[in-house]
Design a protein around this ligand. Structure first.
Ligand SMILES: NC(=O)c1ccc[n+]([C@@H]2O[C@H](COP(=O)([O-])OP(=O)(O)OC[C@H]3O[C@@H](n4cnc5c(N)ncnc54)[C@H](OP(=O)(O)O)[C@@H]3O)[C@@H](O)[C@H]2O)c1
Length: 349
């Protein structure tokens, strides 16, 4: 191995309320740490970009501790073992963990997971379709949302990573009707291609009026919180289920959006339940098999928004808050030309 330096993006300072700034992160180059006994050295190939990263930058109590100042930015990742002092791993093994925004990771083999890509599959699917993204959509709809035949399912953030998979699962479910919400005409066209029965652009001036014209809701898959959540609360069927998956509209907000329709949870005997996908690892095997089944039946496709090189991580995260991604957002640290030849970075739908 000729490479000796490891480029890393570390947290430089915590952003105040609002979006990340040019000072939030800084790039460092350090010597690659050689693996000790029981350790492996991993060359990172893909790093994830997720809305939740904004929350990890705040010094508050949450489902994971905040990223510390000076620490490598946390990110789930896929890589290949290039040196191993752990008998369970050999050079070339594909591995998954939170390797972070850096080119190389060194640490104990027992802390990371080996992954095998099935023949004809793509390594990138460990980040999206069969990764936490796909599992969030699956667990959200079935474990939290208790999806039933014939439900009217409304999904916000529907053209994003979790949203696109949730949309397709709901479309494939017997007799369900799916209303998908996103922020541009291009995304609405994409959602129609995914099979959504009804599509709404939340940026339209008359969005509220359009929303009020849809049928009452059995399942609301909430990726965005805020005003859209409030509208959904105002339009529940009895025994509706709200899947509190995320609230991207709040992550950069100066102050929370008021919720006026809360009492409908009582009058419509409905439930709203939050969840963190990491707590549902016991369902991942079942979830992967379910999604693979839909893929086989040609009812599910995963789209990726890929940028190239570690230097793109920060702007790609910013862009996500402006809705520039379709599907799962991933930064590839692999050779761009080689990847483009494989079809990455272009819509695969
Ligand atoms: N609970 C869990 O375990 C879990 C796991 C994974 C993700 N999540 C949550 O699920 C949600 C989706 O995550 P993802 O990874 O799939 O991200 P994503 O949907 O791929 O990307 C975020 C999308 O949110 C939309 N957006 C941005 N600002 C918005 C705003 N102010 N109002 C409405 N929409 C806005 C943008 O699309 P538009 O163009 O449509 O605006 C953007 O493309 C996030 O809230 C995330 O935190 C939760």
């Amino acid at each position: 191995m000729s490479q000796t330096q490891n480029k890393q993006i570390v947290l430089n300072e915590r952003p105040q309320r609002g979006p990340i700034t040019d000072k939030t992160f800084r790039t460092e180059t350090n010597e690659i740490k050689q693996p000790g006994e029981g350790e492996v050295l991993v060359k990172v190939e893909y790093v994830s970009i997720d809305p939740t990263m904004r929350g990890w930058l705040n010094d508050v109590r949450s489902y994971l501790p905040p990223v510390q100042i000076g620490a490598v930015m946390r990110a789930t990742s896929i890589g290949r073992v290039i040196k191993s002092n752990d008998s369970n791993f050999k050079e070339g093994d594909l591995v998954f963990d939170s390797f972070g925004w850096q080119e190389y990771w060194t640490g104990p083999g027992k802390a990371i997971q080996k992954r095998v890509t099935p023949e004809g599959g793509r390594d990138i699917d460990h980040m999206g379709l069969y990764g936490l993204t796909g599992m969030t959509a699956y667990v959200g709809l079935f474990e939290i949302g208790k999806l039933e035949d014939g439900d009217h399912v409304v999904i916000s953030g529907a053209a994003g990573a979790v949203g696109q998979i949730a949309t397709q699962i709901a479309v494939a479910h017997p007799k369900c009707k799916v209303t998908a919400i996103a922020g541009s005409q291009e995304k609405l066209d994409y959602l129609k291609k995914l099979g959504a029965h009804n599509v709404l652009n939340y940026k339209d001036a008359d969005f509220k009026k359009q929303f009020k014209a849809i049928d009452n809701i059995d399942v609301y898959f909430d990726n965005v919180g805020g005003e859209i959540l409030d509208l959904a609360l105002g339009q529940l069927n009895p025994y509706a289920r709200i899947i509190a998956c995320g609230a991207i509209s709040a992550y950069n907000a100066e102050k929370p959006t008021p919720i006026y329709n809360y009492f409908n949870l009582v009058s419509m005997k409905s439930t709203m339940r939050g969840f963190i996908v990491l707590d549902h690892a016991d369902k991942f095997k079942q979830g992967s098999e379910y999604l693979a089944g839909l893929v086989k039946e040609n009812k599910l496709k995963a789209d990726y928004h890929v940028t190239y090189g570690l230097d793109t991580c920060v702007n790609t995260l910013r862009d996500m808050f402006e809705g520039k991604n379709f599907g799962k957002t991933v930064v590839s640290l692999k050779d761009q030309k080689e990847q483009e030849e494989e079809g990455f970075g272009k819509s695969r739908l």
